[in-house]
Design a protein around this ligand. Structure first.
Ligand code: ADP
Length: 272
């Protein structure tokens, strides 16, 4: 539990730092991209009025396009960092985890390779959890993408849910979670798996074994951050050539408490 607390504190420090840097960086990028638009317009104008030859103008415009593309890629990355470092207050409400999984899977389906079979084994009568549906989408997106990367030559992705009670005072992955009823979400792949060294560092922000431009090393750290905010836990089991299983516990809503607030228009769709 001590190690878990230390890891959590380190992650919180890092995520605050990452969020701060990302925020400032994003403002700078926004200003740069704004000026890029002015310059593009200026060059177009100069070409139209014959002040610069159109050949030279076109070359300048294509150079500018490179700058713009780089700027947009950097914006995407800082956006990811911002989510990772976000201190955003979650407006959680009782959520049907199975339904959130169905919705996320619909969104993810086109990005999952044809050689990958997706099986879902969702428990009936699963108690509601306290989360925003976007949290589940984020968790599933990150974990599914990792699973697909691990199964480049095909395999099976199994997503299952079940309901479980934690008594408290337990060791292992659920030690540290307060006693109560939890929804368990398991994502299993039959991919390449992780060596013990990779498994050790998998949750570390910016740790990636994927090539440049492929991985950011933020997928699992972000996922862990979200689950932490929801008061849950995450465990990874993995071995080379044996695939990977990620087990997540999320606290359930107390259904005997007062009824959930009326849904707002905002929570009816995926949103931002
Ligand atoms: P990224 O996917 O950008 O590399 P992550 O934080 O999601 O960042 O993952 C960190 C590393 O953990 C990956 O680079 C990979 O080595 C390993 N990993 C994560 N998920 C899996 C998986 N399902 N199977 C095998 N290795 C994985």
């Amino acid at each position: 539990v001590d190690a878990r607390i230390q890891a959590t504190q380190r992650l919180e420090g890092l995520s605050r730092l990452a969020g701060g840097v990302a925020h400032d960086f994003n403002n700078i990028l926004g200003a740069m991209l704004g000026f890029e638009t002015f310059v593009t317009e200026g060059i177009t104008e100069l070409m139209n009025t014959g002040h610069i030859p159109s050949d030279a103008g076109r070359t300048l415009l294509s150079d500018l396009e490179q700058i713009r593309n780089g700027g947009h890629r950097a914006t995407d990355l800082t956006q990811q960092l911002l989510t990772f470092g976000s201190r955003k207050h979650l407006s959680v409400a009782p959520l049907d985890l199975n339904q959130a999984i169905h919705e996320s899977c619909d969104l993810l389906a086109p990005t999952i390779g044809k050689d990958i079979d997706v099986l879902t084994d969702l428990a009936v009568d699963l108690p509601h959890i306290l989360a925003e549906s976007v949290n589940i989408a984020q968790i599933l997106l990150n974990l599914t993408m990792n699973a697909c990367d691990a199964m480049e030559s095909g395999g099976t992705l199994t997503i299952s849910t079940s309901s479980t009670a934690i008594q408290g005072g337990e060791d292992g992955p659920c030690g540290g979670l307060p006693p109560g009823r939890y929804a368990r979400l398991t994502i299993r792949d039959t991919g390449v798996g992780m060596t013990p060294d990779v498994l050790d560092r998998a949750l570390e922000p910016f740790f990636t074994t994927k090539g440049r431009g492929k991985g950011t090393g933020l997928g699992l750290a972000t996922t862990y951050g979200v689950i932490n905010q929801l008061g849950g836990s995450l465990r990874i089991e993995s071995a080379p050539h044996r695939g990977t299983t990620i087990t997540i516990h999320l606290p359930t809503a107390d259904e005997t408490a007062e009824p959930p607030p009326a849904p707002t228009a905002q929570s009816a769709h995926g949103g931002t």
